[in-house]
Write a protein that binds this ligand. Structure first.
Ligand code: GLY
Length: 342
């Protein structure tokens, strides 16, 4: 776990091939002092209203919601960077949830072939997952996160006070990623105390740090296991055209479904899916696949997943509560059969 340098302060170093970077818990009032002078800020239409001092710093504001992880919004952000005269020596800080971090990261990774990037996650989901590890991306109509890069931040600045302004639905969606870490690696995270979030936020971030340090560019199968629930979750988001369902909600439904699929394949011990369902439902998350899901249509989306090979599909499957493995030799017919008979 991270070092506690001073009372209330907490830092964790992430080793990266881009250079190591710190994840620091900070107070919101201190935020501006951590960022470079003239750092260009990217945020969304909700966050700009709730973070003190943000609006006054003339941020680039994109519409709130997954729809902003699009080429149009990306073009808007990089065009704004150019209009504002941001140089190659300039920097960009993404102040917001996962959408702003992913979108801002793609802009930072590509504008002038890459400028310095800072992550300031304001949602639970961004704090425990998307801001750590350098993955940035935008969506295509054909599938989620299909365009992007690895672009590690200079630092991740976490102000837990931001959570006070987070709508309940968004908070629960973030819990899905914490619970995912519990299911795949660290069952202690399954008994979290909502009233005292900092210890389990630290623990979840540390789990993510360990994984991304061991497999930064997703080459040895470990990082891909973080995708538990995401293969089906991304399919649900894509088929809904990124509307009406939050990423964490889609992942929650995906985790139950993938646990069931793992049981069907004989990889996941019987009874695991029921436990996954119970924990997620207790935390107020959705757990049922849509009743109108068409198996053939679902399979088409699933085949565009980045873990898919030319003929096979890849899933991160539980081998118990607290352990998982990447299975990348799944035949499309196995997915179809399961979806048709479940
Ligand atoms: N959110 C999954 C990853 O960072 O690999």
């Amino acid at each position: 776990m991270g070092d506690r340098h001073t009372e209330g302060a907490w830092n964790m170093k992430v080793e990266s091939r881009f250079g190591s970077y710190e994840i620091s818990f900070i107070k919101l009032t201190e935020l501006w002092g951590y960022l470079p002078e003239n750092c260009c800020l990217v945020t969304d239409s909700n966050v700009v209203e709730v973070i003190p001092g943000l609006k006054e710093r003339n941020p680039i504001v994109v519409p709130a919601g997954e729809e902003s992880k699009s080429f149009d919004t990306y073009r808007f952000v990089v065009t704004e960077l150019a209009k504002r005269g941001v140089k190659r020596s300039g920097s960009l800080a993404a102040v917001g949830g996962g959408v702003v971090g992913d979108l801002g990261g793609v802009a930072a990774a590509s504008y002038m072939r890459g400028i310095d990037f800072w992550q300031v996650p304001t949602s639970l989901l961004a704090m425990v997952d998307s801001s750590v590890g350098g993955k940035v991306g935008i969506d295509l109509a054909e599938g989620k996160n299909l365009v992007g890069a690895f672009w590690a931040p200079k630092a991740v600045l976490v102000a837990p006070e931001c959570l006070k302004t987070l709508p309940e639905r968004q908070f629960k969606a973030g819990l899905a990623e914490v619970l995912k870490m519990g299911f795949i690696r660290d069952p202690e995270l399954l008994n979290l105390d909502r009233e005292n979030p900092q210890p389990w936020i630290e623990r979840a971030i540390d789990g993510k740090r360990q994984v991304v340090e061991a497999d930064e560019f997703e080459t040895n199968g470990l990082r891909a296991t973080l995708n538990f629930g995401h293969t089906i979750g991304h399919m649900l988001e894509s088929r809904a055209n990124y509307q009406g369902i939050l990423h964490g909600e889609a992942v929650a439904i995906g985790m139950v479904a993938e646990a069931e699929f793992g049981e069907y394949l004989g990889v996941t011990p019987a009874g695991t899916a029921e436990k996954v369902r119970e924990v997620l439902a207790e935390n107020g998350l959705p757990v049922e696949l849509p009743t109108d899901l068409n198996p053939t249509e679902a399979l088409k989306w699933l085949q565009l997943d980045k873990k898919s090979g030319t003929k096979t599909l890849g899933f991160s499957l539980l081998t118990g509560i607290g352990s998982c493995k990447l299975k990348s030799d799944i035949e499309p017919s196995q997915v179809l059969e399961w979806l048709e008979t479940r």
